[in-house]
Design a protein around this ligand. Sequence first.
Ligand code: HEM
Length: 260
Amino acid sequence: MSHPRIHFDPFGEPRPAGTTHPMLDELRERCPAFHSGAGHGFWVLTRHEDIVAAYQDAGSHSSRAISVIDPDPPYQWIPIMLDPPLHTTWRRLLRPLFTSARAAAMRDAVRRRCVELVEGMAAKGSCDFVADFARRFPTTVFLEFMGLPARRLTADADVHGCPMRAGDMVMLPLMMANRDPRVFPDPQTVDFDRAPNRHIAFGAGPHRCLGAHLARLQLRIALEEWHRRIPDYRIPDGARPTEHAGLVLGLDTLPLTWPT
Ligand code: HEM
């Protein structure tokens, strides 16, 4: 059966900030599933409904390999590269460490660390937000930050005319699901009050992010403390921020200036 083949290599060089999403939006509208010949070759699902279903179907998708560019990893990260039933046992053991109460108990320490970082740069009038804040804040609060798509297929499946076979790698880009206009009206707009908000930035299914409570706490504190001290900031004229789309989409640089 014929199916779309598109040379899609999300792991390329950094590109100008803001250019990846339009490219992904165009692909999502063009086809719900396709094959990419990049790297070892892999399938890509592009729409929210199919991506959520695949994350929830641990029976047909194995997490033993989670990067489409590394289909036979000699390493096994726990718990993210485990499948049920072993994964279920690990989750049961880990869950008490990641409760909302435990995240809330860290609130003061997280806020102190955030204030220390923001106050350290407020008087300077400029920074690179990525290097000076976005990388330092969560890493000092926590050891690891993971957002890993892709799972390997364990059973044959025909999805939107794509003959996926057991052993094939499938990419399930959260960043495409989270801007699917079938689920999010007006997906380009930043709307903190969006309701309903069925985003899957923290994944879906059995591997859903264990650190979501802590991550939300850090995001809230960062927004509060930054804007309390540096409310009025902008990207300097002529700056060229860049981004990379790998396992997650992220900025490489974000130069900012503000009046002191
Ligand atoms: C905004 C910040 C964060 C985002 C967007 C995020 C996103 C994700 C996503 C998408 C997954 C699922 C990966 C998959 O299905 O293969 C995941 C798993 C995981 N995350 Fe996060 N994460 C964040 C912060 C954190 C933090 C702060 C921690 C630790 C406190 C954490 C710990 C974990 C763990 C342990 C898993 C593996 C769960 C499992 O395999 O059962 N994450 N995260």
